[in-house]
Write a protein that binds this ligand. Structure first.
Ligand code: ATP
Ligand code: MG
Length: 358
């Protein structure tokens, strides 16, 4: 997808801003606090309802304003179809979402049409923090390549939450088992999707690592979230007392993990900080590769503060690789003059306004 026009109002320090982005690379520079990240956040928010810096949309509403609004025109380069999406969010939580002038009830419709990949200074969490980060990363990929994933994931969340509520309330075995069919069916499907995705991702990552002639090797391994020696249905029976005692379901896809091993040792322990940063970017690039090979689609890529994360040589290389994928890219940074890349637009921000477009 290519954003052709973006309108932002009352979003953080941006009171009103309209711009027509470059179809390939947009370099957004400006002093600290000028509103660079805010532009990127507004794009992500339009697609997913929250930004990469906060899940609380209320924080994004400009101080002393009642609501923010983001509207975008975007084009599918494959079909040359134009779309329009709009999101308005009020302080009291009321949200108005529109796609092609129709009111919609779930933002997932926009997310599906307008995939956004955010690479931010927090991206190292993918290696440094707990399995939840990696499950979210995996599910971004699965969501965009498996059309039925979202509905199955919703069923899973519903059955898990009902099951856990019954475990907390001391519900009867009969009540519990009434949710098991849905829980098992959705869990096994999610497991199958994720397993297949990690296999494909591992191959894509290997190709990326080879092209970089990197000195490290990384193997991806997937863990279901329950013992590999049993079917999940068996474990629900075997561990029923344990689940009751713990007042929660301790087996299932909500406990899944994607291990990243370098020479058999977790990447978190084995790789240097710099290598870990490079690995994070390669993992995201590999997801974009899969989106392109499986779905013939490109995501819009948001790189917040890239040059503070990577040295200029690596920044240049990452951006060039993103440009080669032919998606649209937005890069923010205090000083992006070190980047020498052809075919781009430079946008300079001052106090929430675009000062000049070069
Ligand atoms: N709800 C809000 N209302 C008004 N202003 C806000 C709100 N939230 C954040 N701001 C301000 O918006 C400004 C822009 O923030 P933003 O993160 O976009 O800056 P930036 O250009 O990315 O800076 P940096 O280079 O430090 O990353 C900041 O000065 C911040 O204090
Ligand atoms: Mg910023």
């Amino acid at each position: 997808m290519i954003l052709t026009k973006l309108d932002i109002s009352n979003f953080r320090n941006i009171q009103s801003l309209t711009f027509e982005p470059h179809t390939s690379l947009n370099l957004i520079s400006g002093k600290n606090g000028s509103g660079k990240s805010s532009i990127l956040e507004s794009i992500q928010c339009l697609s997913t309802g929250h930004s990469f810096r906060t899940r609380r949309a209320r924080e994004l509403i400009q101080r002393n304003s009642e609501a923010f609004a983001v509207t975008a025109l975007f084009r599918d380069p494959e079909s040359s179809r134009d779309h329009r999406a709009g999101l308005q969010r009020q302080r009291d939580g009321k949200t108005d979402m529109r796609l092609d002038f129709q009111e919609i009830s779930s933002i997932a419709e926009v997310t599906r049409l307008l995939p956004i990949k955010s690479l931010t200074p927090d991206s190292h969490k993918l290696i440094q923090e707990g399995p939840e980060e990696r499950r979210q990363f995996l599910d971004w990929g699965v969501f965009h390549v498996e059309p039925s994933f979202f509905e199955i994931w919703r069923q899973f969340k519903r059955s898990l939450s009902q099951r856990n509520q019954l475990l907390r309330d001391g519900g009867s075995s009969q009540e519990l088992s009434s949710w098991d069919a849905l829980f098992l069916e959705s869990s096994n499907k999610i497991d199958e999707f994720r397993r297949k995705y990690v296999e494909a991702l591992a191959k894509a990552l290997e190709i990326r690592l080879n092209t970089l002639e990197s000195v490290f090797h990384v193997e991806l391994q997937y863990r279901s979230g329950w013992s590999a020696d049993f079917e999940l249905s068996e474990l629900l029976v075997r561990n029923a007392d344990y689940h009751r005692r713990m007042k929660t379901t301790t087996d299932g896809p909500h406990r899944a993990e994607m291990l990243m091993l370098s020479d058999g040792i977790p990447a978190k322990q084995m790789l240097s900080r710099g290598q870990q940063k490079v690995l994070v970017y390669l993992l995201h690039l590999s997801q974009l590769d899969l989106l392109q090979t499986i779905q013939k689609r490109q995501a819009i890529v948001l790189c917040d503060d890239l040059t503070s994360e990577l040295d200029s040589d690596h920044s240049q290389r990452v951006i060039q690789q993103l440009v080669d994928l032919r998606g649209q890219i937005f890069v923010s940074g205090v000083d992006l003059s070190v980047l020498e890349i052809q075919n781009h637009e430079r946008i300079h921000m001052v106090n929430g306004n675009i000062e000049k477009v070069v």
